[in-house]
Structures are given as C-alpha cells and as structure tokens.
Design a binder for this molecule. Structure first.
Ligand code: ZN
Length: 140
C-alpha cells in the first residue's frame, strides 16, 4: 500500500511559550491548508501528555509528565480524518533522569518549539476506523 506525492510548500516556524503543542501544530496546518504532509519538530516542553497503544485491549494508555524536558524528536504526518487535517505524531522527550515517549496527545505545554512541515501535493489519504486494530488508519 503506497501513495506517491509531489513536494509542496515547506513551512518553518515556531510555537510560543505556553502554547499547547498538538493544538498549536494543528492550527498551523489548518491555517496553511496542509491536507497531506510530514512534520518534524524540536524544542522543549514544560509538561508532556502522550500515550502508548495497548494492542490487546485496543485502547490508549495515557501518561502525563509534569517535567521540563527536551524534545529529542517529534515526527508525524498530516492526513484527513472526518474531512479535516489531522496530525498523527510521536514524540521522544528526555532530561538528565531519563527518556520517555509515545503517541502525542493534547496537553503538552511548549517552552520553545521549532517546527518543519512539508506539504505533500496529491490526493490526501483519509483515516478510517480499522476494526482489526481499533485504530484510524489510512484507507488506500
Ligand atoms: Zn500513534
């Protein structure tokens, strides 16, 4: 299963201190009308909310870390879910005491953030519910 795209605009920017990380990135893709894309970001957070997916119970286990951490890596994509641009991103964070990471959720507070969003040109992929995994996956 593969779709191929051309490269559109490359958006580079930063979010402000105190902004919600996932909401802030979603506002950028909505404003720039990115319907299909890839994104990367680095920076620092003053708290982070993420999850991992329990494949047996088919549910997300949420975790909230009230910690000042570096974003070691944030990678994700943009596609459509229910007709709107939807970001699926995973984050790796750390400080001097350890490294954590998972599926990024709303509820992460930005200290500083630099993002890079690459728009892909072509027919956007659409997320639909997949009963086998319990996830909203791309419908090819
Ligand atoms: Zn995920």
């Amino acid at each position: 299963m593969v779709s191929s795209y051309g490269i559109g605009q490359f958006h580079i920017g930063r979010l402000k201190k105190g902004e919600d990380l996932l909401r802030g990135l979603t506002e950028v893709v909505e404003k720039k009308n990115v319907r299909m894309g890839v994104l990367f970001a680095i920076g620092a957070l003053s708290s982070c909310t993420f999850a991992y997916y329990d494949q047996v119970k088919k549910e997300y286990r949420e975790r909230f870390l009230e910690k000042r951490v570096e974003i070691l890596s944030l990678i994700g994509n943009v596609s459509l879910r229910e007709g709107k641009p939807f970001i699926h991103a995973h984050i790796l964070i750390g400080d001097e005491s350890g490294i954590w990471g998972g599926h990024l959720l709303e509820g992460s507070k930005v200290f500083a953030l630099e993002y890079h969003i690459v728009e892909l040109v072509g027919s956007p992929l659409v997320r639909v519910f997949d009963p086998e995994t319990g996830l909203f996956l791309w419908n090819f």
